[in-house]
Design a protein around this ligand. Structure first.
Ligand SMILES: NC(=O)c1ccc[n+]([C@@H]2O[C@H](COP(=O)([O-])OP(=O)(O)OC[C@H]3O[C@@H](n4cnc5c(N)ncnc54)[C@H](O)[C@@H]3O)[C@@H](O)[C@H]2O)c1
Ligand SMILES: O=C(O)C(=O)C[C@@H](O)[C@H](O)[C@H](O)COP(=O)(O)O
Ligand SMILES: [Zn+2]
Length: 347
């Protein structure tokens, strides 16, 4: 269940009163500790004791070492099965916090309080938790629903512009895969800021929730939420392994450009639709330099994509603006052409 919090956080307090938790563990990173935790603690009313678990910020922390440290801390603090973990942060915190909670003592309850645009309209919803492995994205994880998701849009007031723009990519994705009107209202936004975006968050949340309700374990339609992620995740992983991470949404925007062109090459969408998508994405997202990455290095990562079956790369590709297909196996020639198309956008 998703609840938009009032200024007094009363719905969160009611939730904490009604459930009989033994103790609360609040997972934050250094930035959400500084900007969001004071707001939460200033409004949270509970007799329960709580501990703060803090990790460094960034995708580089979303790995087994951090998970191990957090499991050890929970053990040292004798967290029991009635403990509640509150994940207060962006997608790194909700992915990591959901993962350690759903595995510690075979599962303790957790709630998500997303603090980035990306986590409000995507990462906190849908129950995918996980960590990266050898810089491969989200290779180890669980499907586990949070008890509740509490959204407090005012957290966006301290979010840096690049992070806001990163989250906006997932909102554009929601429009492209499922709702042309949503896409069209988003691309009317010329100056990206929290005020302009906030009224559109609910539509994105609804699209994500609707897809997840139909296919929690990603056996079919949920794969559409992965549009842009097949190539996007490969490039995100390569940047991560070079010690030069890019934001998830930046990678997804780049991936959506390639995969929109790929859909055109595969005769799924018209040239005009492909161009509209590419031009609009280029308006928001600066060119991402992938000249260091060979076709072979990108393809090697594509071969480990989680959607693959029988050693075949399965793409989720648009069949129009507002509709998406999945399990699409493209020719190697077209995959490479789509990368070449992206490289040439910089000429
Ligand atoms: N599970 C899912 O369904 C799902 C969906 C999309 C993305 N993801 C994952 O989410 C991650 C990306 O999430 P993200 O973009 O939120 O990144 P993030 O969690 O790293 O947060 C981005 C940055 O913003 C800072 N921050 C967070 N809230 C803030 C606030 N209110 N004010 C100021 N600074 C703040 C963080 O400290 C961090 O530096 C990736 O790992 C991605 O794979 C998961
Ligand atoms: O919730 C989903 O399903 C998604 O695909 C949403 C994506 O935006 C998100 O990045 C997700 O973590 C990617 O899933 P993965 O299974 O490819 O790791
Ligand atoms: Zn994503």
């Amino acid at each position: 269940m998703i609840t938009i919090l009032n200024d007094d956080f009363s719905q969160l307090n009611t939730f904490l009163h009604e459930k009989s938790f033994s103790k609360i563990f609040i997972l934050v990173d250094e930035n959400t500790h500084e900007y969001c935790l004071p707001v939460l603690l200033g409004n949270m009313e509970t007799d329960l004791g709580f501990e703060i678990l803090e990790i460094e910020a960034g995708e580089e922390m979303k790995n087994i070492q951090t998970a191990n440290q957090l499991w050890e801390i929970l053990t040292e603090m004798q967290a029991d099965r009635k403990a509640l973990v509150i994940n207060l942060g962006g997608g790194v915190i909700t992915d990591m916090g959901g993962f350690i909670s759903s595995t510690y003592k075979r599962g303790v309850q957790f709630i998500n309080i997303p603090t980035t645009l990306l986590s409000m309209c995507d990462a906190s919803i849908g129950g995918k938790t996980g960590i990266d492995l050898m810089n491969y994205k989200n290779m180890v994880g669980t499907f586990a629903f949070p008890e509740q998701i509490f959204i407090y849009p005012k957290f966006l007031e301290t979010l840096p512009f690049k992070e806001l723009r990163s989250g906006f990519a997932e909102m554009l994705k929601h429009g492209l895969i499922a709702d042309k009107a949503h896409w069209e209202s988003l691309i009317q936004i010329h100056k990206l800021d929290a005020e302009a975006i906030v009224t559109h968050i609910q539509t994105s949340m609804d699209i994500k929730q609707d897809v997840v309700e139909k296919d929690f374990h990603e056996r079919n339609i949920r794969k559409t939420l992965n549009f842009g992620h097949t190539i996007g995740h490969s490039v995100e992983s390569l940047c991560l392994s070079q010690g030069n991470p890019i934001l998830h949404g930046e990678a997804v925007a780049m991936g959506m450009i390639c995969e929109a062109h790929l859909a055109y090459l595969e005769d799924l969408i018209s040239q005009q639709d492909a161009e509209t998508i590419v031009e609009n994405l280029q308006r928001y997202y600066p060119y991402l330099d992938i000249s260091d990455f060979s076709d072979e290095s990108i393809t090697a990562l594509l071969l480990n994509d989680k959607k693959n079956t029988d050693s075949k790369i399965n793409f989720s590709l648009l069949s129009g603006i507002g509709s998406c297909t999945y399990d699409h196996q493209c020719s190697q020639e077209n995959i490479l052409k789509s990368l070449e198309f992206y490289r040439k956008l910089n000429d």
